[in-house]
Design a protein. Sequence first.
Length: 69
Amino acid sequence: MTLREFREILKWSIPELARRAGLDVQTARRAEDGEPIQGRTAQSIAEALSKGMGSGIQVKDINGLNVRI
């Protein structure tokens, strides 16, 4: 599932995702658009989604994230 799909299931806006993940809105938008992001950013997103979904979401479970190594 993509980040956008997770976000839509949770009925979160991009600013809400950013707030819950402790990111700025521009970074959350870049992540959803498939632009390169840091590993710690991807982890913050996965943790926020995990809390929202009530289940363990790992970075590898979010299709389309472009994580820089």
